[in-house]
Design a protein around this ligand. Structure first.
Ligand code: ADP
Length: 488
């Protein structure tokens, strides 16, 4: 089959810049599409962190100091390029210090929307100047969700992109990029402003993600269950009607796992490796973890790990009541790595003081520690309110770290509840988003841990699960081909 030309736009891409799963997925998508033989290009903003770590970036001739007006503000952008680490894939970094030289990838600055409006238009402008009219523009989340509308309006006149189709992937519908309608001019839509949702404008807002849902040729999200959940309230978060209005609806494609990074047999961050056939290394990692985070836990007692952004989505509120009671009534250790909202950081800090030696909380972002927690814990807790896909439960499975998860989104699609009687299943799944639900799940999993033959079976089931990108990527391939064939 002929290769397709695909441009992937994302506000974060691994290994360049990451705050969450989006970066992992965008990076994996780019690499795995190339492995299928497609002509792929990646676009992202040039943040300071990229500049510092990737000295080999080269300026693209003809794409230097390009003037671009966003609303009434004049900017200049340049494009730098490099091959995606270890491949021949061209990566293009949009350099606009006025917008991207900030301490973090995302900000609460008043011009936040302009940072991504410029990024989206600069990517389109760069493609046109480079003579690239791809078969597919693949946009991700609200940051680049206006591209489908720009293709049909701002960039429609000369027909250059006439054959280019757009795919929008929603990684988390909780982030819609809503802005005040007073910023309408910043979208540079001219008369095409009428294409925006008029009811929203009357209410005084513009919703980039909703605009993308309406105008993209295909909308996907990152698990089949989440695809169904967001077509209804409450998880559609106000966009359920817009999603249901699409005749093609939303296609759910479960994310894959990068097993080059996340496999205990060769994890580059681990000093001790292990496999399903020989779990001695897992025990050693548990000891190393206990030592590293200074827990006082006998190695035969269960250790629960968490690596997470600390936001309401992740279900931390349930732990306010559940965890102290669990720690009082059961013997286990808890290690938490994550940062985010202050009240959650305060909760874990206080829990650590109250249950000294049994609970450790590490604030901040720490990639090696994330790997050690996956390798050294016995259980991995994700009591999410909603979870579009979730990666950590899939990583946990591969490390024989039994996931304890809520029955939602990608957690539901990747973790089947273990039935001791049949020996089938790979984790502990609870339904109700409440204190009883999570307490039941942790208690149940701790009971299983105490029953060695059952636990061994469960660990083997978990480690046998396979979420390779090489399998998942074929679904994107089918999607693109269907889209391209439909128009030719
Ligand atoms: P989300 O994208 O909602 O944050 P995912 O489970 O899809 O959740 O992806 C989270 C990714 O970010 C995982 O790769 C996880 O290991 C990583 N991660 C989250 N918080 C931290 C942290 N504090 N330190 C290191 N890695 C983290």
């Amino acid at each position: 089959m002929p290769a397709l030309q695909i441009c992937v736009l994302s506000s974060e891409i691994m290994p360049y810049a990451k705050t969450g799963g989006l970066a992992d997925v965008a990076g994996a998508l780019i690499r795995n599409l190339r492995l299928l033989g497609h002509d792929v290009r990646g676009f992202m903003p040039l943040y300071p962190v990229v500049r510092e770590k990737h000295a080999q970036l080269q300026p693209v001739p003809d794409l230097q100091r390009v003037a671009m007006t966003v609303g009434t503000v004049e900017y200049e952008f340049s494009v730098l390029t490099a091959s995606f680490a270890g491949t021949d894939i061209p990566m293009y970094f949009i350099d606009c210090p006025a917008l991207y030289d900030r301490p973090s990838l995302y900000t609460a600055d008043p011009d936040e929307h302009r940072r991504f409006l410029l990024f989206t238009r600069a990517a389109l402008e760069s493609c046109r100047r480079l003579g690239i009219a791809p078969d597919v523009f693949h946009c991700n989340d609200w940051h680049t969700a206006l591209l489908p509308l720009y293709l049909k309006t701002l960039y429609a006149a000369d027909g250059f992109f006439a054959r280019s189709k757009s795919v929008l992937t929603i990684h988390n519908i909780g982030y819609q990029g809503v802005l005040a309608s007073s910023a309408l001019a910043d979208l540079n839509l001219g008369l095409a402003w009428t294409q925006l949702d008029q009811a929203d404008l009357t209410r005084g807002v513009i919703n980039p993600l909703k605009t993308g849902i309406k105008h993209a040729d295909r909308v996907t999200t990152v698990s089949p269950t989440y695809a169904r959940e967001i077509c209804e309230a409450p998880l559609g978060m106000g966009l359920e009607t817009a999603l249901r209005a699409r005749t093609d609806r939303v296609i759910g494609i479960l994310n894959g796992v990068d097993y080059l990074e996340w496999d205990p047999r060769h994890d580059p961050y681990l000093s001790v490796h292990f496999s399903a056939q020989d779990l001695h290394g897992k025990e050693r990692n548990k000891r190393l973890l206990i030592e590293a985070v200074q827990l006082q836990l006998a190695p035969n007692l269960p250790l629960i790990g968490m690596v997470t952004r600390l936001t309401a989505q992740k279900g931390i509120d349930l732990l306010f009541d559940a965890m102290p009671e669990l720690l009082r009534s059961r013997e286990f250790g808890l290690v938490v790595l994550g940062s985010g909202e202050e009240r959650y950081e305060a909760f874990f800090t206080e829990l650590m003081q109250r249950f000294a030696g049994r609970v450790t909380y590490r604030a901040g972002y720490d990639e090696p520690m994330a790997h050690l927690i996956e390798a050294g814990s016995d259980l991995f807790l994700m009591p999410s309110q909603y979870e579009p896909c979730g990666l950590n439960q899939m990583y946990s499975l591969r490390y024989g770290t039994v996931p304890v998860v809520r029955n939602t989104g990608g957690l539901a699609d990747s973790v089947q509840h273990f039935e001791p009687a049949s020996g089938v299943g790979c984790g502990c799944v609870f339904n109700d988003f409440d204190v009883n639900g999570v307490s039941w799940a942790v208690n149940t999993a701790l009971d299983w841990y105490g029953d060695h033959p059952r636990w061994s079976q469960l660990v083997q089931n978990a480690m046998a699960k396979d979420f390779s990108w090489s399998t998942q990527i074929s679904q994107y391939d089918t999607l693109y081909r269907g889209l391209v064939e439909a128009i030719s």
